[in-house]
Design a protein around this ligand. Sequence first.
Ligand code: FAD
Length: 307
Amino acid sequence: PYDVLVLGGGPAGAAAAIYAARKGIRTALVAERFGGQVMDTVGIENFISMPYTEGPKLAASLEQHVKEYGVDIITGQRAAQLKRDKLIELELASGATLASKSVILATGARWRELGVPGEAEYRTKGVAYCPHCDGPFFKGKHVAVIGGGNSGIEAAIDLAGIVKHVTVLEFADTLRADEVLVRKARSMANIDIITNAQTTEVLGDGSKVNGLQYTDRVSGELKQLDLAGIFVQIGLVPNTEFLKDSGLEMNRMGEIVIDTRGATSIPGVFAAGDATTVPYKQIVISMGAGATAALGAFDHLIRTSVA
Ligand code: FAD
Protein backbone atom coordinates (compact mmCIF):
# COMPACT_ATOMS: atom_id res chain seq x y z
CA PRO A 1 0.00 0.00 0.00
CA TYR A 2 0.93 3.63 -0.37
CA ASP A 3 1.47 5.87 2.63
CA VAL A 4 -0.23 8.80 0.91
CA LEU A 5 -2.48 8.54 -2.12
CA VAL A 6 -3.36 11.90 -3.61
CA LEU A 7 -6.45 12.08 -5.80
CA GLY A 8 -6.35 15.04 -8.18
CA GLY A 9 -3.63 16.69 -10.21
CA GLY A 10 -4.54 20.36 -9.90
CA PRO A 11 -2.67 22.88 -7.74
CA ALA A 12 -3.93 21.26 -4.49
CA GLY A 13 -3.03 17.70 -5.53
CA ALA A 14 0.39 18.71 -6.89
CA ALA A 15 1.29 20.60 -3.70
CA ALA A 16 0.07 17.71 -1.53
CA ALA A 17 2.12 15.16 -3.49
CA ILE A 18 5.29 17.25 -3.26
CA TYR A 19 4.91 17.88 0.48
CA ALA A 20 4.19 14.18 1.12
CA ALA A 21 7.03 12.89 -1.05
CA ARG A 22 9.48 15.24 0.64
CA LYS A 23 8.80 13.34 3.88
CA GLY A 24 10.27 10.25 2.24
CA ILE A 25 7.00 8.32 2.35
CA ARG A 26 5.43 6.24 -0.44
CA THR A 27 3.31 8.65 -2.42
CA ALA A 28 1.09 8.29 -5.48
CA LEU A 29 -0.98 10.81 -7.41
CA VAL A 30 -4.01 9.73 -9.42
CA ALA A 31 -5.78 12.21 -11.70
CA GLU A 32 -8.07 12.25 -14.62
CA ARG A 33 -6.20 15.19 -16.10
CA PHE A 34 -3.02 16.74 -14.72
CA GLY A 35 -3.33 20.50 -14.15
CA GLY A 36 -7.05 20.57 -13.37
CA GLN A 37 -8.84 23.87 -13.93
CA VAL A 38 -5.50 25.56 -14.52
CA MET A 39 -5.48 23.87 -17.93
CA ASP A 40 -8.62 25.85 -18.84
CA THR A 41 -7.13 29.20 -17.83
CA VAL A 42 -5.33 31.59 -20.12
CA GLY A 43 -3.81 34.57 -18.29
CA ILE A 44 -2.99 34.25 -14.59
CA GLU A 45 -1.90 37.46 -12.88
CA ASN A 46 -2.45 36.61 -9.21
CA PHE A 47 -0.09 33.70 -8.73
CA ILE A 48 2.20 35.39 -6.27
CA SER A 49 5.83 35.90 -7.39
CA MET A 50 4.81 35.51 -11.04
CA PRO A 51 3.31 38.73 -12.41
CA TYR A 52 2.01 36.87 -15.44
CA THR A 53 1.76 33.25 -16.49
CA GLU A 54 -0.61 31.09 -18.48
CA GLY A 55 -2.53 28.01 -17.38
CA PRO A 56 -0.88 25.32 -19.52
CA LYS A 57 2.56 26.70 -18.61
CA LEU A 58 1.80 26.62 -14.88
CA ALA A 59 0.32 23.11 -15.21
CA ALA A 60 3.49 21.92 -16.96
CA SER A 61 5.68 23.32 -14.15
CA LEU A 62 3.44 21.67 -11.55
CA GLU A 63 3.88 18.32 -13.27
CA GLN A 64 7.62 18.79 -13.67
CA HIS A 65 7.96 19.69 -9.98
CA VAL A 66 6.00 16.60 -8.87
CA LYS A 67 8.15 14.44 -11.17
CA GLU A 68 11.33 15.60 -9.37
CA TYR A 69 10.21 13.33 -6.53
CA GLY A 70 9.55 9.61 -6.52
CA VAL A 71 5.81 10.01 -6.84
CA ASP A 72 3.88 7.35 -8.79
CA ILE A 73 1.84 9.45 -11.19
CA ILE A 74 -1.23 7.77 -12.67
CA THR A 75 -3.20 9.99 -15.05
CA GLY A 76 -6.21 9.30 -17.25
CA GLN A 77 -7.90 7.48 -14.37
CA ARG A 78 -11.17 8.40 -12.74
CA ALA A 79 -11.96 7.52 -9.13
CA ALA A 80 -15.35 5.86 -8.75
CA GLN A 81 -15.52 5.05 -5.06
CA LEU A 82 -13.78 5.51 -1.71
CA LYS A 83 -13.95 2.68 0.82
CA ARG A 84 -12.52 2.22 4.23
CA ASP A 85 -11.28 -1.12 5.42
CA LYS A 86 -8.07 -1.51 7.44
CA LEU A 87 -6.58 0.68 4.76
CA ILE A 88 -8.33 3.27 2.63
CA GLU A 89 -9.26 1.96 -0.77
CA LEU A 90 -9.84 3.96 -3.88
CA GLU A 91 -11.75 2.15 -6.57
CA LEU A 92 -11.13 3.44 -10.10
CA ALA A 93 -13.65 3.49 -12.92
CA SER A 94 -11.34 1.06 -14.76
CA GLY A 95 -12.06 -1.51 -12.03
CA ALA A 96 -8.64 -1.35 -10.39
CA THR A 97 -8.33 -0.65 -6.65
CA LEU A 98 -5.53 1.27 -4.97
CA ALA A 99 -4.89 0.94 -1.24
CA SER A 100 -3.23 3.49 0.99
CA LYS A 101 -2.73 4.30 4.66
CA SER A 102 -3.94 7.83 3.99
CA VAL A 103 -5.70 9.58 1.13
CA ILE A 104 -5.79 13.25 0.16
CA LEU A 105 -8.84 14.18 -1.89
CA ALA A 106 -8.13 17.13 -4.21
CA THR A 107 -10.66 16.65 -6.99
CA GLY A 108 -11.46 20.35 -7.40
CA ALA A 109 -14.60 21.82 -8.81
CA ARG A 110 -16.17 23.12 -11.97
CA TRP A 111 -18.12 26.31 -12.67
CA ARG A 112 -21.79 25.81 -13.33
CA GLU A 113 -22.39 26.88 -16.92
CA LEU A 114 -25.35 28.72 -18.42
CA GLY A 115 -25.71 26.26 -21.26
CA VAL A 116 -26.71 28.89 -23.83
CA PRO A 117 -25.44 29.32 -27.39
CA GLY A 118 -22.17 31.27 -27.59
CA GLU A 119 -21.03 30.46 -24.04
CA ALA A 120 -18.61 27.70 -24.97
CA GLU A 121 -17.46 29.49 -28.14
CA TYR A 122 -16.51 32.67 -26.26
CA ARG A 123 -15.12 31.08 -23.10
CA THR A 124 -11.89 32.99 -22.23
CA LYS A 125 -12.83 35.42 -25.06
CA GLY A 126 -15.12 37.52 -22.87
CA VAL A 127 -17.04 34.78 -21.04
CA ALA A 128 -15.43 34.53 -17.61
CA TYR A 129 -16.17 32.73 -14.36
CA CYS A 130 -13.71 34.25 -11.88
CA PRO A 131 -13.91 37.99 -11.10
CA HIS A 132 -10.74 37.91 -8.95
CA CYS A 133 -8.87 36.44 -11.90
CA ASP A 134 -10.30 38.15 -14.93
CA GLY A 135 -11.81 41.42 -13.63
CA PRO A 136 -8.76 43.56 -14.49
CA PHE A 137 -8.89 42.41 -18.13
CA PHE A 138 -12.13 44.42 -18.48
CA LYS A 139 -10.90 47.73 -17.06
CA GLY A 140 -12.96 50.64 -18.41
CA LYS A 141 -15.46 48.33 -20.18
CA HIS A 142 -19.10 47.31 -19.83
CA VAL A 143 -19.68 43.85 -18.37
CA ALA A 144 -22.57 41.73 -17.16
CA VAL A 145 -22.76 39.43 -14.17
CA ILE A 146 -25.20 36.57 -14.54
CA GLY A 147 -26.60 35.47 -11.19
CA GLY A 148 -27.96 37.48 -8.28
CA GLY A 149 -26.86 35.23 -5.44
CA ASN A 150 -24.03 36.10 -3.05
CA SER A 151 -21.27 35.28 -5.54
CA GLY A 152 -22.96 37.29 -8.30
CA ILE A 153 -23.53 40.40 -6.18
CA GLU A 154 -20.05 40.16 -4.64
CA ALA A 155 -18.67 39.91 -8.17
CA ALA A 156 -20.68 42.95 -9.28
CA ILE A 157 -19.40 45.06 -6.33
CA ASP A 158 -15.84 43.87 -6.95
CA LEU A 159 -16.02 44.53 -10.71
CA ALA A 160 -17.71 47.94 -10.31
CA GLY A 161 -14.45 49.23 -8.84
CA ILE A 162 -12.51 48.17 -11.94
CA VAL A 163 -14.79 48.25 -14.97
CA LYS A 164 -16.92 51.09 -16.32
CA HIS A 165 -20.33 49.54 -15.81
CA VAL A 166 -21.86 46.31 -14.51
CA THR A 167 -25.30 44.93 -15.34
CA VAL A 168 -26.50 42.11 -13.07
CA LEU A 169 -29.00 39.71 -14.61
CA GLU A 170 -31.04 37.53 -12.26
CA PHE A 171 -33.46 34.88 -13.53
CA ALA A 172 -35.82 35.06 -10.53
CA ASP A 173 -37.92 38.05 -9.53
CA THR A 174 -35.72 38.82 -6.51
CA LEU A 175 -32.02 38.66 -5.70
CA ARG A 176 -30.97 35.79 -3.47
CA ALA A 177 -27.88 37.56 -2.07
CA ASP A 178 -27.60 38.80 1.52
CA GLU A 179 -29.42 42.09 2.13
CA VAL A 180 -26.23 43.94 3.06
CA LEU A 181 -24.63 43.03 -0.28
CA VAL A 182 -27.75 43.98 -2.23
CA ARG A 183 -27.87 47.35 -0.46
CA LYS A 184 -24.20 47.98 -1.24
CA ALA A 185 -24.69 47.04 -4.91
CA ARG A 186 -27.77 49.24 -5.25
CA SER A 187 -25.82 52.18 -3.78
CA MET A 188 -23.17 51.97 -6.50
CA ALA A 189 -23.81 54.30 -9.44
CA ASN A 190 -22.31 52.01 -12.08
CA ILE A 191 -24.30 48.86 -11.22
CA ASP A 192 -27.70 48.12 -12.80
CA ILE A 193 -29.74 45.16 -11.63
CA ILE A 194 -32.27 43.46 -13.88
CA THR A 195 -34.47 40.73 -12.41
CA ASN A 196 -36.70 38.30 -14.29
CA ALA A 197 -34.02 38.12 -16.96
CA GLN A 198 -33.34 34.81 -18.66
CA THR A 199 -30.06 34.93 -20.56
CA THR A 200 -30.62 33.20 -23.89
CA GLU A 201 -27.47 33.81 -25.90
CA VAL A 202 -23.90 35.11 -25.70
CA LEU A 203 -23.23 37.35 -28.69
CA GLY A 204 -19.86 37.95 -30.30
CA ASP A 205 -18.05 39.13 -33.41
CA GLY A 206 -16.41 35.79 -34.11
CA SER A 207 -13.33 36.49 -31.97
CA LYS A 208 -14.73 38.05 -28.79
CA VAL A 209 -17.90 38.81 -26.85
CA ASN A 210 -19.82 41.95 -27.81
CA GLY A 211 -23.11 41.45 -26.04
CA LEU A 212 -25.83 39.18 -24.79
CA GLN A 213 -29.45 38.51 -25.40
CA TYR A 214 -32.04 37.87 -22.70
CA THR A 215 -35.76 37.38 -22.38
CA ASP A 216 -37.69 39.63 -20.03
CA ARG A 217 -39.68 36.92 -18.24
CA VAL A 218 -42.51 39.32 -17.39
CA SER A 219 -43.18 40.84 -20.82
CA GLY A 220 -41.74 37.98 -22.85
CA GLU A 221 -39.74 40.56 -24.81
CA LEU A 222 -36.31 39.65 -26.22
CA LYS A 223 -33.68 42.25 -25.25
CA GLN A 224 -30.03 42.86 -26.01
CA LEU A 225 -27.10 44.42 -24.11
CA ASP A 226 -23.79 45.61 -25.61
CA LEU A 227 -20.93 44.27 -23.46
CA ALA A 228 -17.26 43.33 -23.52
CA GLY A 229 -17.49 40.68 -20.83
CA ILE A 230 -19.90 38.28 -19.16
CA PHE A 231 -19.18 36.85 -15.72
CA VAL A 232 -21.19 33.71 -15.06
CA GLN A 233 -21.83 33.41 -11.32
CA ILE A 234 -24.42 30.68 -10.96
CA GLY A 235 -22.46 28.36 -8.72
CA LEU A 236 -19.34 26.24 -8.34
CA VAL A 237 -19.91 22.48 -8.33
CA PRO A 238 -17.39 20.35 -6.40
CA ASN A 239 -16.23 17.13 -8.10
CA THR A 240 -17.33 14.97 -5.19
CA GLU A 241 -20.22 12.98 -6.70
CA PHE A 242 -18.15 9.76 -6.46
CA LEU A 243 -18.02 10.16 -2.66
CA LYS A 244 -21.77 10.00 -2.07
CA ASP A 245 -21.72 6.44 -0.63
CA SER A 246 -18.45 6.85 1.26
CA GLY A 247 -19.96 8.22 4.47
CA LEU A 248 -17.66 11.23 4.25
CA GLU A 249 -19.16 14.42 5.71
CA MET A 250 -20.00 17.00 3.06
CA ASN A 251 -22.02 20.22 3.25
CA ARG A 252 -25.24 20.78 1.33
CA MET A 253 -23.25 22.04 -1.65
CA GLY A 254 -21.32 18.77 -1.78
CA GLU A 255 -18.09 20.31 -0.49
CA ILE A 256 -15.95 18.04 1.70
CA VAL A 257 -15.90 19.31 5.29
CA ILE A 258 -12.32 19.75 6.54
CA ASP A 259 -10.69 21.08 9.67
CA THR A 260 -7.69 23.42 9.89
CA ARG A 261 -5.32 20.51 9.17
CA GLY A 262 -7.23 19.30 6.13
CA ALA A 263 -8.67 16.31 8.01
CA THR A 264 -12.11 15.03 6.98
CA SER A 265 -14.65 13.08 9.03
CA ILE A 266 -12.92 9.77 8.13
CA PRO A 267 -9.61 9.14 9.94
CA GLY A 268 -6.75 9.03 7.44
CA VAL A 269 -8.74 10.82 4.75
CA PHE A 270 -7.66 14.41 4.14
CA ALA A 271 -8.84 16.90 1.54
CA ALA A 272 -7.72 20.16 -0.01
CA GLY A 273 -8.63 22.79 -2.57
CA ASP A 274 -11.81 23.63 -4.43
CA ALA A 275 -13.50 20.32 -3.53
CA THR A 276 -13.62 21.36 0.13
CA THR A 277 -15.32 23.89 2.39
CA VAL A 278 -12.27 26.18 2.17
CA PRO A 279 -13.48 29.72 1.54
CA TYR A 280 -12.21 31.44 -1.63
CA LYS A 281 -11.29 29.11 -4.46
CA GLN A 282 -7.95 30.18 -5.93
CA ILE A 283 -4.70 28.61 -7.15
CA VAL A 284 -2.50 29.93 -4.35
CA ILE A 285 -5.10 29.02 -1.74
CA SER A 286 -5.42 25.46 -3.14
CA MET A 287 -1.66 25.01 -3.08
CA GLY A 288 -1.47 26.10 0.55
CA ALA A 289 -4.34 23.77 1.39
CA GLY A 290 -2.60 20.88 -0.41
CA ALA A 291 0.53 21.44 1.65
CA THR A 292 -1.57 21.59 4.84
CA ALA A 293 -3.36 18.32 4.00
CA ALA A 294 -0.06 16.53 3.28
CA LEU A 295 1.42 17.68 6.58
CA GLY A 296 -1.82 16.69 8.29
CA ALA A 297 -1.63 13.24 6.69
CA PHE A 298 2.00 12.85 7.73
CA ASP A 299 1.12 13.77 11.32
CA HIS A 300 -1.66 11.19 11.19
CA LEU A 301 0.70 8.48 9.86
CA ILE A 302 3.31 8.97 12.57
CA ARG A 303 0.58 8.72 15.21
CA THR A 304 -1.11 5.55 13.91
CA SER A 305 0.37 2.13 13.29
CA VAL A 306 -1.45 0.57 10.39
CA ALA A 307 0.33 -2.52 9.12
P1 FAD B 1 -8.67 21.51 -9.81
O1 FAD B 1 -7.75 22.48 -10.44
O2 FAD B 1 -10.09 21.53 -10.20
O3 FAD B 1 -8.07 20.04 -10.06
C1 FAD B 1 -8.82 18.89 -9.80
C2 FAD B 1 -8.05 17.66 -10.20
O4 FAD B 1 -8.79 16.50 -9.82
C3 FAD B 1 -7.82 17.48 -11.70
O5 FAD B 1 -6.56 16.88 -11.91
C4 FAD B 1 -8.96 16.55 -12.12
O6 FAD B 1 -8.65 15.82 -13.32
C5 FAD B 1 -8.99 15.63 -10.93
N1 FAD B 1 -10.24 14.89 -10.71
C6 FAD B 1 -11.49 15.39 -10.47
N2 FAD B 1 -12.36 14.39 -10.24
C7 FAD B 1 -11.66 13.23 -10.34
C8 FAD B 1 -11.98 11.85 -10.19
N3 FAD B 1 -13.21 11.42 -9.87
N4 FAD B 1 -10.98 10.93 -10.38
C9 FAD B 1 -9.72 11.34 -10.68
N5 FAD B 1 -9.36 12.61 -10.81
C10 FAD B 1 -10.32 13.56 -10.64
N6 FAD B 1 -7.44 30.89 -9.75
C11 FAD B 1 -6.47 31.81 -9.54
O7 FAD B 1 -5.88 31.84 -8.46
N7 FAD B 1 -6.13 32.70 -10.53
C12 FAD B 1 -6.70 32.70 -11.77
O8 FAD B 1 -6.36 33.53 -12.63
C13 FAD B 1 -7.72 31.72 -12.02
N8 FAD B 1 -8.36 31.70 -13.20
C14 FAD B 1 -9.29 30.71 -13.43
C15 FAD B 1 -9.88 30.66 -14.70
C16 FAD B 1 -10.79 29.66 -15.00
C17 FAD B 1 -11.40 29.61 -16.38
C18 FAD B 1 -11.11 28.68 -14.00
C19 FAD B 1 -12.08 27.57 -14.34
C20 FAD B 1 -10.56 28.77 -12.74
C21 FAD B 1 -9.65 29.78 -12.43
N9 FAD B 1 -9.05 29.89 -11.17
C22 FAD B 1 -8.06 30.83 -10.96
C23 FAD B 1 -9.41 28.98 -10.06
C24 FAD B 1 -8.33 27.88 -9.91
O9 FAD B 1 -8.07 27.30 -11.17
C25 FAD B 1 -8.79 26.84 -8.91
O10 FAD B 1 -9.04 27.46 -7.65
C26 FAD B 1 -7.74 25.74 -8.70
O11 FAD B 1 -7.38 25.13 -9.91
C27 FAD B 1 -8.26 24.67 -7.74
O12 FAD B 1 -7.30 23.68 -7.60
P2 FAD B 1 -7.66 22.21 -7.13
O13 FAD B 1 -6.38 21.47 -7.19
O14 FAD B 1 -8.42 22.26 -5.88
O15 FAD B 1 -8.68 21.64 -8.22
